[in-house]
Design a protein around this ligand. Structure first.
Ligand code: WT7
Length: 657
């Protein structure tokens, strides 16, 4: 196998399918090819002036004192005003902002922009009553209910920075975040609905508040109606606080905020101990998310029904359920529950009923649907869909093609969008009317984004080579630091290369200049001196017709340095066999080369994942190396690793490749 030693990561998987944009799509697309010709300054100047309404226009596009950037200097604006008030003032109050679908059968609400404005004003007045003002840090711990978006918008209306903590997190995670941000107020709900049962959010919040004494007030939405403990003086029912509150916008004007005022913190856990409070500020974030949303999802605001099926508790939901879409006056779907309740066709029922035109989800969800089989989608008419999106992990080519064929009717473009909590907005992505798609490739940097792959020494790797993904220029919605930890900010993102952002992902750039994301760099394996990315071996496995999901990691090996171990879930819940194991190893050899053949394959009904659906290869590495398991608190389902451990102990291993 020929590999160039200068490549930081060797890549071997070749994907040759191509999907040029349909002519009809290209003709009507928001983004035309000349969008790539515009200069960085011209592009963001124009978007900054047009996408957002300013109280005071900005006087300077940006300032870059590495590693800190400022954008739209001198401007003042308000996020809530841009997302809600101005649309109502423009006469679009009767437009639907959210088609909200609760998990329990028939629980639906249609929320127009006029409704949203009233809800937000009332909520903001209630927050003011308990002392929230410009600069008061507020934590939000809720499920996917409209009030979550309303709470966020109410905070931005007042100028109170928020941190939304995903409803699946523990009391410790919640108190840790609230203490770090010094939150004074917590907004939560009695309980959330999830797969037909209830999640005790208020109970967990009580435990968290016991460990976060700075929280003086807790606002509680009644959702399920079940009894919860309320502490006198501290806890307030939302409906009681709101009683008699005005919903007239003039009773609570939008606070003018500086472009660089703190908008929110989003904590990322990652693999290390303490979560990082990623700082996002006002103008750059809003311009970055609304601009990318407009071009990448090709949003036609009066025609499209847009659905981002993520949770608002993650950055995806902040940027592409709340702030980007509302700023663009989109009509969105918001869904409270899980995809398999009451049955595995729930999503497709929603797509059909609301005539969803744009669907944005994650590879882990797509692979679940693949595992369940296409028959659930076939029960419904999905002809309204015209564009699909993917985010969160590299998407295996097989999953990409399945998504396109079974959900997109073999007709819709797919935008595979690479970005991070830290980037705030999508950074590498196709533009659906322009880009020729390649399954598994996020294709090109968004206009104004300067991305590259570097080797260890900071040289750009040539075409075909793999390296470390870097961003060479600041961008409007980039993180403004880690809250309270300047040194960690510098160490994590700015110490590997000078004045260049280190993303922590591997990437390969092919002959056409298209980017192939190779996963986190800590997921790279070294087999006999070949640096092989886990995602490529996983994709080769998922390419086999019987495989639903695969996770790959390495274990120490006396001969080869590291040896590849694969954990495989077969379609339809089938069990593996020695024959199947050999078949899969040979399949990988055929797709990539003998060097990438897994030394072991462990068949398992489930893979260990984080609550946001990312496979936790770190734990699989611990299992493969028979080590004590590391931190398992971020696992969505802790029983999965135990199951895998017991299977791994009785595993069958194949002969060396
Ligand atoms: C990491 C960031 C940003 C929204 C959700 C995740 C991985 C994300 C892709 C993609 C390959 C991707 C990267 C990145 N990732 N999108 N399209 N292709 N990898 O946010 O939790 O901050 O995770 O997710 O590894 O660094 P996050």
């Amino acid at each position: 196998m020929a590999t160039e030693t200068s490549h930081a990561i060797d890549t071997m998987l070749l994907e040759e399918r191509r999907y040029p944009p349909p002519e009809e799509f290209a003709r009507q697309a928001n983004a035309k090819p000349d969008i790539y010709d515009e200069s960085f300054d011209a592009f963001w100047e124009r978007e900054g002036r047009e996408r957002v309404t300013w109280f005071e226009p900005f006087s300077k596009l940006y300032e870059w004192e590495p590693p800190y950037a400022k954008f739209f200097l001198g401007g003042t604006l308000n996020v809530c005003f841009n997302c809600v008030d101005r649309h109502v003032e423009a006469g679009k109050g009767s437009k639907v902002a959210y088609h909200w679908e609760g998990e329990p059968d028939g629980d639906r609400r249609e929320i127009t922009y006029a409704d949203l404005l009233k809800d937000v004003v009332r909520f903001a007045n209630a927050l003011k009553k308990i002392g929230v003002k410009k600069g008061t840090p507020v934590a939000i711990y809720m499920g996917m209910v409209p009030e979550l978006a309303v709470a966020m918008l109410a905070c931005t209306r007042i100028g109170a920075p928020h941190t939304v903590v995903f409803g699946g997190f523990s009391a410790d995670s919640l108190s840790g975040r609230m203490n770090d941000m010094k939150c004074e107020v917590l907004i939560t709900q009695d309980e959330a609905w999830r797969r037909g049962s209830t999640v005790p959010l208020k109970k967990t919040a009580d435990e968290a508040m016991a460990a976060a004494p700075g929280v003086k007030h807790c606002v509680v939405l009644r959702r399920t109606g079940n009894d919860v403990a309320m502490q006198d003086g501290r806890d307030h029912w939302l409906h009681e606080l709101e009683d008699g509150m005005s919903d007239d916008p003039s009773s609570c004007p939008c606070e003018p905020m500086d472009s660089e005022d703190l908008l929110f913190l989003m904590y990322t856990s990652g693999t290390t101990a303490k979560p990082k409070g990623i700082i996002h500020t006002t103008a750059g974030y809003l311009v970055g998310t609304s601009t990318t949303h407009h071009y990448i999802f090709d949003l036609k605001r009066d025609e499209d029904v847009y659905w981002c099926a993520a949770d608002i508790g993650w950055i995806t939901g902040h940027s592409y359920i709340v702030y980007g879409p509302l700023c663009n006056q989109a009509t969105s779907v918001m869904y409270e529950g899980t995809p398999d309740f009451p049955d595995k066709d729930r999503w497709w029922d929603i797509v059909e009923r609301y005539k969803v035109t744009i669907l944005y989800t994650a590879p882990t969800a797509i692979r679940s649907h693949m595992k369940w089989g296409p028959e659930y989608a076939q029960r419904h008419d999905l002809a309204s869909l015209r564009l699909l999106g993917s985010v969160g992990e590299p998407i295996n080519p097989e999953a990409w093609v399945w998504y396109r064929e079974h959900i997109g009717g073999d007709r819709t473009p797919i935008v595979d969008t690479w970005w991070q909590t830290e980037t705030g907005m999508i950074m590498i992505t196709p533009l659906p009317g322009i880009t020729t798609l390649k399954p598994g490739s996020a294709t090109r940097p968004f206009p104004g984004v300067d991305a590259a792959a570097y080797d260890e020494r900071g040289n750009e790797v040539g075409s075909g080579g793999g390296g470390y993904l870097v961003l060479k220029r600041p961008w409007p919605s980039m993180l403004r630091g880690i809250f309270g930890d300047d040194q960690r900010y510098r160490d994590t993102y700015w110490s590997k290369y000078e004045d260049v952002y280190f993303a922590g992902d591997g990437a390969r750039i092919d002959q056409d200049g298209d980017f192939w994301l190779l996963g986190r760099v800590d997921d790279v394996m070294n087999v006999s001196g070949h640096r092989i990315s886990t995602i490529e071996v996983e994709s080769a496995l998922v390419d086999h017709q019987d495989v639903a999901e695969a996770a790959v990691c390495s274990r120490a090996d006396a001969t080869t340095g590291e040896a590849i171990v694969a954990y495989v879930t077969l379609k339809g819940g089938r069990d593996g066999s020695v024959e199947k194991l050999e078949e899969l190893r040979n399949h990988v050899a055929k797709k990539i080369g003998a060097i990438a053949k897994p030394a072991n394959i462990v068949f398992t009904p489930e893979l260990p994942k984080t609550r946001s659906g990312k496979i936790m290869r770190r734990l699989l590495r611990d299992v493969a190396n028979q080590r004590q398991l590391g931190d398992t608190t971020t696992l969505a389902d802790p029983t999965v690793v135990e199951e895998i451990k017991s299977r791994a102990e009785s595993e069958q291993s194949g002969d060396e490749g």
